[in-house]
Design a protein around this ligand. Structure first.
Ligand code: HEM
Length: 405
């Protein structure tokens, strides 16, 4: 298909296998030909960097509240209750209250304090990989890191963490543009099981509070100094959100990074020779293969993009994956360059809802990828990796890989 056809036929509700494998030619065609693309369902799909920044920075005109959008999609279900209660899908003041509580436990000091444990965890995983020789980069490495980190953040007992990943995948999977009855049922069941689990965990934590400087669950239970507390429902759903938010996204950062480096041997060599470049390399991975490709907003007043006027109540999809390759912002955007600076990508969004866990995600990515490369500079993939098959959360389900011991 040529560019015109790609842009003309694009419909987020009818994506092709080619799109899932490589969405970037489509993103490019849209950005160049129809950057404010009207979908058959009346929503708009935005692909230009400046347009995304404008929407992200204006929470008044561009609301994150999903009640209107999700009511027909989810009906009166637990998935609806969950998504409409979590901070990311709310506007101020509900959003501000929860965000303040969470941010306190994600301060630079708190995050620096997590580093020694993180290094120990990564090194333990690398030892196990060395012992095996042939591994799955996702199961044996990328997914194993965030589950422990986020488990520590809420102080979930080690032997209770196993179901977290599947619950998280099931709940986030139901955020895809099109949701089949099976995916919907799986998502609802995951919310139900997750709530039941957290109910018990919260009761235990109320009886024996943790250290609020480090333990987000204790912070959320205790609330703010001025006595403002979350309702029980807000508390449980925001814990679920937090456990999910830091999970698949960070797994994908690590997995996408190791796959991108393996596919760009000159860049890999450069990074192996200059380990200090790990910070710019992580930013480039976030830009080049953003774990979270799509964001959403709804307009609360009449707005205009690229000469197109939209009334209040218009649904927007903000395409992070496309904005992060906009040549107006990034020279040579299709080139993977581990030393790229400046690199003001939108992988974490921007504005009031900008990712609350980005410092933690960056630390996890840097430690995981740099230590993996230092230990196994000659790692080799065994054939093509298996994609997750999702449009919103871009990553791999499995990546078979061999390392030399
Ligand atoms: C590579 C990893 C990650 C990526 C790409 C990512 C991406 C994002 C994006 C794009 C948003 C903004 C959503 C919007 O404005 O619509 C967001 C919000 C958020 N993220 Fe992350 N995230 C990552 C890791 C994490 C981690 C590790 C945590 C938790 C410790 C976390 C917690 C949050 C929270 C709490 C919000 C909501 C903030 C708000 O609404 O004010 N994220 N993330």
């Amino acid at each position: 298909m040529d560019e015109r056809e790609l842009a003309a036929t694009f419909d987020l509700e009818k994506l092709t296998p080619e799109f899932y494998a490589n969405p970037y030619p489509t993103y490019r065609a849209l950005r160049e030909i129809d950057p404010v693309k009207r979908m058959p369902n009346g929503a708009y799909f935005l692909t230009r960097y400046d347009d995304l920044v404008a929407a992200y920075k204006n929470t008044k005109a561009f609301s994150s509240d999903k009640k209107k959008e999700f009511a027909p999609k989810y009906g009166a279900s637990l998935l609806y209750e969950h998504h409409t209660t979590s901070l990311v899908f709310n506007d101020p003041p509900a959003h501000t209250r929860v965000r303040r509580l969470i941010m306190g436990a994600l301060s630079p000091r708190a995050i620096a304090g997590m580093e020694p444990d993180l290094i120990r965890l990564v090194d333990r995983l690398l030892d196990a990989i060395a012992a095996k020789g042939k591994v799955d980069l996702i199961d044996d490495f990328a997914a194993a890191i965030p589950i422990e980190v986020i488990g520590n953040l809420l102080d979930v007992p080690e032997d209770e963490r196993e179901p977290l990943r599947d619950w998280s995948l099931a709940i986030l999977g139901a955020l895809e543009p099109v949701v089949s009855p099976e995916v919907f049922a799986r998502g609802n069941k995951a919310v139900k099981d997750f709530l039941a689990y957290l109910d018990g965990l919260v009761a235990r934590r109320r009886a024996r509070p943790g250290n609020p400087d480090r333990d987000v669950l204790t912070r959320l239970i205790q609330g703010e100094d001025n006595g403002e507390r979350l309702t029980e429902k807000e508390l449980l759903h925001n814990c679920i959100f937090l456990l999910n938010a830091g999970h698949e996204t960070t797994t994908n950062l690590i997995g996408n990074g190791l796959v991108a480096l393996s596919g760009n041997p000159a860049q890999k060599k450069r990074l192996v020779a200059n380990p200090d470049s790990i910070k710019t390399a992580v930013e480039e991975i976030l830009r080049f293969e953003s774990s979270n490709q799509l964001g959403n907003r709804i307009t609360t007043e009449q707005v205009e993009f690229g000469g197109i006027t939209m009334p209040a109540g218009t649904l927007l999809t903000l395409c992070i994956g496309a904005a992060n390759r906009d040549p107006e912002q990034f020279p040579d955007p299709e080139t993977f360059d581990v030393g790229r600076t400046p690199n003001r990508h939108l992988a974490f969004g921007t504005g009031a809802h900008q990712c609350a866990g980005m410092a933690l995600a960056r630390l996890e990515g840097a430690i995981a990828i740099s230590r993996f490369l230092a230990r196994f500079p000659d790692y080799a993939l065994n054939g093509p990796p298996v994609r997750g098959g999702r449009a919103r959360f871009r990553g791999f389900l499995s990546v078979s890989c061999s390392v030399r011991r």
